[in-house]
Design a protein around this ligand. Structure first.
Ligand SMILES: N=c1c2ncn([C@@H]3O[C@H](COP(=O)(O)OP(=O)(O)OP(=O)(O)O)[C@@H](O)[C@H]3O)c2ncn1[C@@H]1O[C@H](COP(=O)(O)O)[C@@H](O)[C@H]1O
Length: 117
C-alpha cells in the first residue's frame, strides 16, 4: 500500500478508540455512520464545485483548491471504510487488479449473456 495511505490508515484505526473531544476522527465515529455519510456527500459536492471553478478559472489557485477538496473527500471515505471495518488496502488491491484492463472491455464483458454468444 502507498506510504501515505498506510500511515493514514494506521492513524485512523488508532483514532477509533480516541477521545472524541480531542480527535476529529473519533468525533465522527462517535456521531455515527449517518454523520460520516453526510460528510462524504458534502465533500463530494465540494469537489464538484471546485472542479467547475478550476475549469472556469484555469488558474493554479483553482487547481490547488480542487486538490484540497479531493483530499477531504478521500479522507472522509477512508473514515467511512474504517467505521464499517472495511480495509482501505482492499480498495487499492481492487484498483491494482483493474490495471491494464480497459474500462470499455470490462463493461462489454459484463453485458455479454452468460455462456457467451
Ligand atoms: N487528513 C485529515 C483531514 N482532512 C480533513 N480533515 C478535517 O475534516 C474536517 C472537515 O472539514 P469541513 O470544512 O467540512 O469542517 P467543519 O465545517 O468543521 O465540519 P462539520 O462541523 O460540518 O462536521 C475539518 O475539521 C478538517 O480539519 C482532517 N482531519 C484529520 N485528518 C487526518 O487524520 C488524523 C487524525 O486526526 P484527529 O482524529 O483529529 O487527531 C490527522 O493527523 C490527519 O492525518
Amino acid at each position: 500500500m502507498n506510504d501515505v495511505l498506510q500511515q493514514l490508515d494506521q492513524i485512523l484505526a488508532q483514532r477509533r478508540q480516541a477521545d472524541p473531544a480531542s480527535s476529529y476522527v473519533a468525533s465522527l465515529h462517535h456521531k455515527g455512520l449517518n454523520k460520516i455519510l453526510e460528510k462524504v456527500g458534502e465533500e463530494a459536492t465540494e469537489v464538484i464545485l471546485a472542479a467547475k471553478d478550476a475549469a472556469g478559472e484555469g488558474s493554479d489557485g483553482g487547481r490547488e483548491a480542487l486538490v484540497g477538496e479531493v483530499a477531504d473527500l478521500w479522507f472522509h471515505t477512508l473514515v467511512m471504510l474504517s467505521h464499517l471495518d472495511c480495509d482501505a488496502a482492499a480498495v487499492l488491491a481492487c484498483l491494482q487488479q483493474r490495471l491494464g484492463l480497459s474500462g470499455l472491455e470490462e463493461k462489454n464483458a459484463r453485458s455479454e449473456p452468460a455462456g457467451g454468444h
